[in-house]
Design a protein around this ligand. Structure first.
Ligand SMILES: *Cc1c(COP(=O)(O)O)cnc(C)c1O
Length: 470
């Protein structure tokens, strides 16, 4: 696609010249084989589970606008909360100043998430910043407790915690991070407890079965963690950082139930703290409000982002347990020199408060359970394809992993970019979602009807057929 292509609209041309899109090739954003070769779609309106482009073409929002849109676009409760707040107080600084919405949201979060009394909430605007703040708080807290030797962090292979330098250091992606390796600090990498491709899983793949349920192993993944801890001077380890249950950007790797409970004694034995990154999994996306806590984890830090505001405004939060916040509360304790201009932004906090109410109201636990079972049922359709190796879900998320060979779980060569080709086809058909490698993702907003959920699965299934069975 040349920049002067006559089929481009005015907006597409302007965008093409001026905008640098995240995780998108600057020179040719949608060239084959990854994309259709068409220019980028320009979205101008949205309602419920539907996005609409400048020409009036409608698309189902299959991945909740990159995992953010929790309830659906333009929900009356959220938009009126934001509009009302904008008129009352648009913004004020949180540096040495409080505002009602941020204070009330902090209290409501601690209560709704069942976190211990004394938990502190640090607000920022995006997930990477929530992780970065958590990391620095953990580091300084150890110094204040006289445990300054505890400097190392553990993370899980493939994990993604954001794109700031600290968050990158806690992640592990050669593709993303090679150019920045010299800027990053070393972390201890633990193999991810992801059953489908786990080297310890001796079960053969079975059509229609979640690899986590058919696995044959002896929880060697727990011993993997133990080995990394004991072979690296455990007394120097500050904290483990994990995306509980679902590692999103790693390819929607999903962990077996029971993992958090099994690793907890190991972490406690060596006084290793835990930071759970719930930026994707939190606020009901996987069902419970906090998946890590639901699985029996006892995190000292929880990072929230993406759907925290219901998906309408940028908002993130770092929740800090009393044992970590405590040392900063002493009268002679130092200041945590870290902050953001838009920390505790009132309209964003008002949106998050309304979202929290919706999670107790129309999108409550029972709704989310029903929603998850409709999605699970509709996604059975994917097993009909020879090249679908695994279909796994957690709550409102389903991941479909494409493979070249089912029996051996052999992936397609990366250069073929099969996942991207399928999603480009799906966009043509009226479904927007973005793959992670060859893992396709559906994560509809909670307002999606049964019919819309089924339609999403059908369109993605047709797209798979078009790309792979020609
Ligand atoms: C998206 C994401 C982040 C980063 O959040 P941003 O708001 O994009 O900076 C961190 N961790 C996880 C698990 C995520 O999914």
């Amino acid at each position: 696609m040349r920049d002067d292509n006559p089929s481009m609209t005015e907006l597409q041309k302007i965008d093409r010249v001026h905008v640098w899109h995240p995780f998108t090739k600057l020179a040719n954003p949608l060239q084959p084989p990854s994309g259709s070769g068409d220019p980028l779609i320009v979205i101008t309106r949205a309602s419920g589970a539907i996005l609409c482009d400048e020409n009036g073409k409608e698309y189902l929002d299959g991945n909740a606008s990159i995992w953010t849109c929790l309830h659906g676009h333009g929900d009356e409760r959220l938009t009126s909360a934001v509009c009302h707040q904008l008129q009352k107080l648009d913004h004020c600084s949180a540096l040495g100043l409080a505002n009602d919405q941020a204070a009330l949201l902090a209290a409501e979060l601690v209560e709704a998430l069942n976190l211990p009394e004394g938990t502190r909430v640090f607000f920022s605007s995006d997930g990477s910043s929530a992780i970065e703040a958590g990391l620095k708080i953990l580091h300084q807290a150890r110094q204040l407790r006289g445990e300054g030797h505890k400097k190392k962090f553990l993370n899980f292979c493939g994990s993604y915690h954001g794109d700031t330098v600290g968050a990158m250091s806690l992640s592990h992606s050669p593709l993303f991070h090679r150019p920045f390796a010299e800027m990053m600090f070393d972390a201890l990498h633990v193999p991810a407890p992801a059953c489908y491709r786990c080297p310890h899983n001796r079960a053969l793949p079975e059509k229609g079965a979640d690899a986590r349920l058919t696995r044959k192993c002896h929880w060697e993944c727990v011993r993997d963690l133990e080995r990394v801890i004991t072979s690296n001077e455990p007394r120097n380890i500050n904290a483990a950082v994990i995306e509980p249950r679902v590692q999103g950007a790693a390819g929607f790797l999903m962990h077996p139930r029971g993992y958090q409970q099994k690793i907890r004694p190991l972490l406690e034995e060596h006084d290793i703290w835990l930071m759970t990154d719930e930026i994707l999994t939190g606020m009901g996306r996987c069902g419970p409000l906090l998946t890590g806590v639901d699985d029996g984890a006892h995190p000292q830090i929880v990072a929230l982002g993406k759907s925290l505001s219901g998906g309408v405004l940028p908002l993130a939060a770092t929740l800090i347990a009393p044992e970590v916040a405590g040392p900063f509360s002493a009268p002679d304790a130092p200041i945590f020199y870290h902050g953001h201009s838009y920390s505790g932004n009132p309209p964003a906090c008002a949106a998050a408060r309304a979202s929290l109410q919706m999670l107790r109201g129309k999108h409550n636990t029972a709704h989310r359970k029903k929603f998850a079972s409709i999605l699970a049922e509709a996604s059975k359709i994917f097993w009909q394809h020879d090249n679908v190796g695994d279909v796994r879900h957690e709550g409102g998320i389903v991941a479909i992993e494409l493979v070249e060979d089912f029996a051996s779980r052999k992936p397609f060569p990366a250069y073929k970019r099969v996942g991207a080709a399928v999603c480009a086809k799906a966009a043509e058909l009226g479904l927007l979602t973005r793959p992670v490698g060859d893992c396709l993702v559906l994560m509809p907003p909670l307002c999606a009807t049964e019919e819309q959920i089924e339609k999403m699965c059908q369109l993605l299934s047709v797209a798979i057929k078009c790309v792979l069975n020609k």
